[in-house]
Design a protein around this ligand. Structure first.
Ligand SMILES: NC(=O)c1ccc[n+]([C@@H]2O[C@H](COP(=O)([O-])OP(=O)(O)OC[C@H]3O[C@@H](n4cnc5c(N)ncnc54)[C@H](OP(=O)(O)O)[C@@H]3O)[C@@H](O)[C@H]2O)c1
Length: 316
């Protein structure tokens, strides 16, 4: 499977009918990847009038209304589909909501002949951690197994896109690279696009991926390295600083404490060997691809002559 992420679908595989649940969410960009590869996409949102939904409809997706609180709406949306792609909802709904939503989805898909479910969970959710956010994902994974759904679980580590989370923006604007763990500690991270590339493979090859749970990371950079990357890329000095736990909501502080004790759970070498066609972005490569957004988020003018700044060396 050596191919760029935007390659036409894997040779010999059939076009699927894929429900993308929560299409306005952080993994919703999978809808466009699937359309580009010739799959039929049904995109579910609570708000079909959302501009993102209208834009997707213009690109060929069918738009339906579905709410993770309403198992009936999920069952209706999944009807006739070969595949369902979904993630948790922790950021908007909290751990209890995420657990309820994931179980609703699993229950809704369990009747009749269930489609292949490709579900984005989180690294570490395969074992008890005492962390609400991971225990909720673990409960959802357990329900998926109990119902014997044909499923693939993809479990990302810390997303590189977290840099754009609202609580990080003030620091970025002040020339600070906010870190979840001490700035000298390498923390495994992953680019969202790498997770989507992996999910696309799972969707196209259910016979290969069903029953699998794959934890995914693409790099392990320190905050100090990441700050150097941003400084070179945006032409402005950034220094790394750990977010004080006292300033964070308790759940997030607990998660960051856990990350500090479990910074590198994934065998990235094995992942690269198995999936050589996925980019597996280093932080530097990811940042280069996001330079315009990073410049905007930090209030930094792009370096002269470029849309977003200079090419930065990968940190490791
Ligand atoms: N950030 C990380 O580092 C990281 C790492 C690993 C795993 N994860 C996990 O990735 C998952 C996805 O992230 P997220 O929480 O930020 O998701 P999200 O982007 O908020 O996407 C979830 C989508 O679900 C849809 N939805 C439907 N019914 C809903 C309801 N009743 N309440 C809330 N949303 C509903 C929403 O779309 P509509 O409004 O269009 O309906 C929403 O956009 C989470 O489980 C998170 O823990 C994150």
């Amino acid at each position: 499977m050596s191919m760029p992420d935007n390659h036409p679908r894997i040779p010999g595989t059939e076009a699927k009918r894929v429900l993308v649940a929560g299409v306005t969410g952080r993994f919703g960009a999978i809808a466009d990847l699937l359309l580009a590869r010739g799959h039929a996409v049904r995109a579910a949102t609570r708000d079909p009038a959302h501009p993102a939904a209208a834009a997707l409809a213009a690109r060929g997706a069918e738009i339906v209304r579905a709410d993770f609180e309403d198992a009936g709406s999920l069952a209706a949306a999944g009807r006739g589909m070969t595949t369902v792609f979904a993630s948790g909802t922790a950021h908007k709904a909290g751990p209890a909501g995420e657990e309820r939503h994931g179980k609703n989805l699993a229950d809704a898909l369990s009747a009749g002949s269930p489609p292949h479910l490709v579900f984005v969970s989180g690294a570490g959710a395969d074992r008890p951690t005492g962390l609400a956010v991971l225990d909720a994902k673990r409960a959802v994974e357990q329900r998926i197994r109990e119902l014997r759904l044909p499923a693939t679980v993809i479990a990302p580590v810390y997303l590189m896109e977290n840099l754009f989370n609202p609580w990080n923006l003030a620091a970025l604007g002040a020339g600070v690279l906010p870190t979840a763990v001490p700035p000298a500690l390498p923390l495994q991270q992953v680019a969202t696009s790498d997770i989507l590339a992996l999910a696309v493979r799972a969707i196209e090859q259910p016979g290969v991926f069903e029953g699998e749970r794959i934890e995914a990371a693409s790099d392990a950079s320190t905050g100090q390295d990441a700050a150097s990357v941003l400084s070179a890329l945006l032409g402005r000095a950034f220094s790394a600083r750990q977010l004080p736990h006292a300033d964070l909501p308790p759940g997030l502080a607990a998660l960051f404490g856990w990350l500090e004790r479990n910074p590198s759970p994934v065998d990235t070498g094995a992942l690269r060997r198995r999936f050589p066609g996925i980019t597996w972005h280093s932080f530097g490569d990811w940042a280069f691809g996001q330079r315009g957004r990073l410049a905007e988020a930090s209030g930094t003018a792009p370096a002269p002559g470029q849309p977003g700044g200079k090419r930065a060396a990968a940190p490791c």
